[in-house]
Design a protein around this ligand. Structure first.
Ligand SMILES: [Zn+2]
Length: 313
């Protein structure tokens, strides 16, 4: 099957040339703001607040246990949204109400159809192993849809199609300067074995964990599967996301941390709190900085007197 036509974005005004390093801001659940290689990308937008509920299909709902680190209104200008699948904890009612309906959304063909029905028509569907190329000035980003199954056979047929994503950032026509793998909500399935065969060098992996259980059935990786996924994909660094924001998540992050230590992976896994920023890029020394907002500048949670450079009269 032919790859989709490239998505060509206009560089904005005085935007600097593509850079080799960037940042990942963890908003909560599977929602991250990624700034790298000249692109600003939002993943799986979930912006409802603590105690609010969202839908999982078949009349099932889940309650949020946390607050997102920021609101949609706080975000910088986005190039596009990358959506792994259409479930309320990945595209919730706040996203539906407040995201710009003209924003491009790269996602599965099934999600693209459902989004179109909700007024998001600028969708860029990618099938498994297809690559969506996104260009912006001299920067290029290749997004390849990797396999994912949200549940065991039979159950999976009743759940939304899920894609993982392999993002390759490069100058146009040049070799990739950074490879990022996002698992999506998948179990550890045999099909994932193809990922390291095709992409033996992955710089960073974002693991959707949580050990989600719906009606008692495991539908996302738990601690044990998460560590096996690391060992399979063998990224230089990994960050767990999607682990404690909703009440259907049953595998605590502490279990994953313990399994990571036991497997000898402790120095290759970074842990982010909501609101933390991870520096990323081949050249960047890995560091986690709390308190930077989605625009990469210090936030002032206690009012204007704590904002940088401001003083109360
Ligand atoms: Zn999920």
């Amino acid at each position: 099957m032919a790859d989709p036509v490239p998505l060509s974005l206009q560089p904005r005004g005085t935007e600097p040339a593509p850079v080799e390093s960037g940042s990942l801001y963890f908003i909560g659940n599977a929602t991250v703001l990624l700034r790298l290689g000249g692109f600003t990308v939002l993943t799986d937008p979930s912006f409802i607040h603590k105690h609010e509920q969202t839908w999982l299909g078949y009349g099932l709902h889940t309650s949020r246990l946390t607050d997102p680190a920021c609101a949609i209104a706080d975000l910088p200008s986005l190039d596009f949204v990358l959506l792994s699948h259409f479930h309320g904890d990945h595209f919730d009612q706040a996203a539906e109400d407040r995201l710009d309906r003209a924003l491009p959304i790269v996602t599965t063909p099934q999600s693209a159809e459902l989004l179109a029905g909700r007024g998001f028509a600028n969708t860029w569907p990618v099938d498994r192993w297809q690559t969506q190329v996104v260009t912006k000035g001299r920067a290029e980003l290749r997004i390849t849809a990797t396999p994912g199954h949200h549940g065991p056979p039979l159950v999976d047929a009743a759940l939304p199609d899920v894609m993982g994503s392999l993002l390759e950032f490069s100058p146009t026509g040049g070799p990739p300067s950074f490879r990022l793998y996002i698992t999506g909500d998948t179990l550890l399935i045999d099909d994932l074995e193809e990922i390291p065969r095709r992409y033996p060098e992955i710089d960073l992996a974002l693991l959707h964990l949580g050990g989600t259980r719906v009606l008692g059935i495991l539908v996302s990786m738990d601690a044990e599967q998460g560590v096996k996924c690391l060992q399979l994909v063998n990224p230089l660094r990994a960050v767990p996301i999607h682990f404690d924001d909703y009440d259907v998540f049953k595998s605590p992050l502490a279990d994953f941390q313990e399994a990571v230590v036991a497997a000898g992976w402790a120095d290759r896994v970074s842990y982010l709190d909501r609101g933390d920023t991870l520096s990323i890029g081949r050249e960047a020394a890995v560091s986690v900085t709390p308190g930077l907002g989605p625009r990469g500048v210090p936030t002032s949670p206690r009012g204007p007197d704590t904002a940088a450079g401001l003083s109360t009269p």
